[in-house]
Design a protein around this ligand. Sequence first.
Ligand SMILES: CC(C)(COP(=O)(O)OP(=O)(O)OC[C@H]1O[C@@H](n2cnc3c(N)ncnc32)[C@H](O)[C@@H]1OP(=O)(O)O)[C@@H](O)C(=O)NCCC(=O)NCCS
Length: 203
Amino acid sequence: MTDLTIVELSAEQTHPLRLTVLRSDTPSSSVTFAEDDWAGTFHLGVLDGESLVAISTWIPRPHHDEPAIQLRGMATAPELQGRGVGALLLEAGCERAAASTSLVWARARDTALPFYLRHGFVVDGDGFVDEHTAKPHHIIARRLRQALHPVNRIAISPLTKSAHVTSSARTAQSTASMGTAFALPPWMKSIRRDLVPSSSRRR
Ligand SMILES: CC(C)(COP(=O)(O)OP(=O)(O)OC[C@H]1O[C@@H](n2cnc3c(N)ncnc32)[C@H](O)[C@@H]1OP(=O)(O)O)[C@@H](O)C(=O)NCCC(=O)NCCS
């Protein structure tokens, strides 16, 4: 991995990774969500150099009648899973969400539950089999510490040209200039040094 950058994506830019990671073994191969273009929905990704290697979609949708944001379509390219990319994206999204809500929730695959539980989510209710994926899921929710962050600590840049993700997620068209550095939150100190942009490393 080279420098990792959090980027804002269009819904379409999430489609290749949604297909590769989330729809490779499911009854449905649809990569669109009805909520993709709702007002307030945003899509965040992680660039490794110029390759889009992780995606997520954040949808304003109440949970138990409380204003909240639903996280959907969270995925990391298979060859980069388990290296902290998902953690970086999840925290960036939660920081952005905290500007408008104090609750994030998701319908999480049971296989991904340990990942979410390590990042402050708790299970909310009984398990169920999701109709789109035919996989066991649980509802999870995370209470955000403080709403009204005026500025994200993790900088998010617009992705102005479309990135193309191959099955190896290694080929991408060149992208516009991206934000170069972002402040790492305290929990990131446990992440391996090679995940930290050189400009943010302690010398
Ligand atoms: C779930 C998913 C999005 C997480 O993304 P990721 O990039 O793999 O996330 P991370 O690397 O931050 O964390 C994954 C695991 O690697 C471990 N990890 C994190 N950083 C690490 C590092 N530097 N070195 C080694 N392991 C590390 C974490 O402890 C974590 O373990 P856990 O799952 O037991 O909690 C990703 O695995 C994925 O796309 N899975 C398939 C699709 C899916 O299930 N999506 C979620 C739908 S709800």
